[in-house]
Write a protein that binds this ligand. Structure first.
Ligand code: FAD
Length: 429
């Protein structure tokens, strides 16, 4: 049966791209009703969250308002957090929406669908480490990025008035931890220009703690080594091959009983699906809270439900699962878009093939490093510096193009550059 009402839950790297394309193709033409559900009213591309956290980008300028974007792109936006899924009645439940005072704005609601796409992303995995949830900030969403930003501002005030040092412990030296560490040094270097006259980077001590034997453990050795030499150079203290036993108010306790003192602690290790998926008992959920899908992204055992991006677990031909990355979520959105159009026309759906185009890690103004995959299997080209930076920015450009179309995305980026030129380079409020 052709889906008349397509409901996409989660407006992130994958879900928003899918809603935009389906809205423009089907929603505008009245061929299907496309609804996007998200718990937040604003979208920021997740790989940019650490930039929000340090104030390099301002969500009020770069954030996309779903409601407005939906109106212009042919989909309807519904604000809410999914809490239940009933495949028999083809219905999802959204929790009530409350304001900052805790007063209910919207009651719990049920939303009917003909076809459902779950794209609710992932959260960091603390692996039940004692004290982690209580004392660490998890850079998983806009609220946590804003919380980190507020704490950073409080500390800048302290540093400027006293001769104290700011010690930050970051657990996990994957892309998030590495990019955050570099960005923080850049910010501390720059705040003098914004009136914090007594602060320089000697006031900052960053401890980056990684259990694996190298930073960026998922990336090729050359990329890890390139990033490590930049971090060494700017002064980040690396603790490699160090397991975290506990997190306390004072700092990070390591397996050998040592303590790494840190006033501010960030957990940036491990990835799992959102915990609420454990309650979706009708769906096949694996040990990492991810939804098991077949090669066409259909949830196993379900005719009308798909899942994509970080919250899904798709096993590839090589036995590995598709990695939780923005490029994978975007590619899945592209394939599912074609498949849903095929489904409308009663054509066969295509299996998803993940293409690894390589990985790029931004080291703020200091550099960027990464590898680009060639067409030949296992051939990868190491890049760094300006070229890597340009390639890194092109990833974001591609995301914008899926939301606005290529021409509008270019105009948007140009307008953002102009605004940045005229406005302060850092958001320090
Ligand atoms: C700091 C950082 C840097 C990164 N850098 C890179 C990088 O350089 N390259 C790369 O490929 N990947 C990077 N990643 C990973 C990348 O961001 C994710 O893999 C990608 O965003 C996953 O896309 P997604 O659509 O599955 O989920 P997301 O983009 O996370 O979107 C999920 C959406 O679902 C919404 N949502 C969540 N729960 C609910 C609910 N219960 N109800 C309703 N809505 C809900 C959220 O508000 C969000 O809008 C980075 C991640 C972080 C945190």
């Amino acid at each position: 049966m052709a889906p008349k009402r397509i409901v996409i839950v989660g407006g992130g790297a994958g879900g928003l791209a899918l809603a935009s394309k389906l809205g423009r193709k089907l929603g505008r033409a009245g061929k299907a009703e496309v609804c996007l559900v998200d718990k937040s009213p604003v979208h920021i591309w997740k790989p940019k969250l650490h930039e929000v956290a340090v104030g390099v980008i301002d969500q009020s300028i770069e954030g996309l308002l779903y409601r407005d974007h939906g109106l212009k792109n042919g989909y309807r936006f519904l604000r809410g957090e999914i809490t239940g899924c009933d495949p028999h009645n083809k219905q999802i439940t959204l929790s009530k929406v409350v304001n900052d005072d805790g007063d209910a704005l919207l009651d719990e609601r049920h939303v009917d669908y003909d076809c459902l796409v779950l794209a609710i992303g992932s959260v960091s995995n603390s692996f039940h480490t004692p004290g982690a949830e209580e004392h660490c900030i998890f850079l998983d969403n806009l609220e946590s990025a804003n919380l980190f930003h507020q704490k950073l501002l409080d500390n800048l005030l302290l540093l400027d008035e006293t001769s104290e040092k700011l010690s930050i412990g970051i657990v996990g030296a994957g892309a998030t931890g590495v990019e955050l560490a570099a960005e923080l040094y850049h910010v501390l270097e720059s705040v003098k220009d914004f009136g914090y006259l007594n602060i320089d980077k000697s006031h900052l001590e960053i401890h980056l703690i990684e259990a694996a034997q190298k930073i960026l453990p998922a990336l090729p050795d050359k990329v890890s080594a390139g990033a490590q030499s930049v971090l060494d150079h700017i002064g980040v203290r690396l603790h490699i091959g160090v397991q975290v036993k506990e997190v306390t108010k004072e700092g990070v306790v390591t397996q050998d009983g040592g303590i790494i003192p840190a006033g501010l602690k960030v957990w940036a290790a491990g990835v799992k699906g959102p915990d609420l998926l454990q309650h979706f008992t009708e769906l096949p959920i694996n040990k990492r809270n991810q939804i098991e899908v077949d090669a066409c992204m259909r949830v196993k055992g379900q005719e009308y439900i798909y899942a994509l991006g970080d919250c899904s677990a798709m096993v590839m031909d090589n036995g590995k699962t598709v990695p939780p990355r923005a490029q994978a979520a975007a590619q899945m959105a592209d394939t599912l878009y074609k498949n849903l159009l095929n489904r409308l026309e009663s054509k066969a759906e295509l299996p998803f093939r993940y293409r690894d185009y390589g990985s790029l890690v931004s080291l703020s103004r200091f550099s960027a490093v990464g590898n680009l995959m060639g067409n030949l299997r296992s051939r990868s080209l190491f890049i760094e510096g300006y070229l890597a930076r340009v390639m890194y920015m092109s990833l974001y450009q591609r995301h914008l193009a899926s939301l606005y179309g290529w021409f509008s995305a270019l105009v948007y980026r140009f307008a953002q550059r102009l605004l940045k030129w005229q406005r302060p380079k850092l958001k320090l409020h």
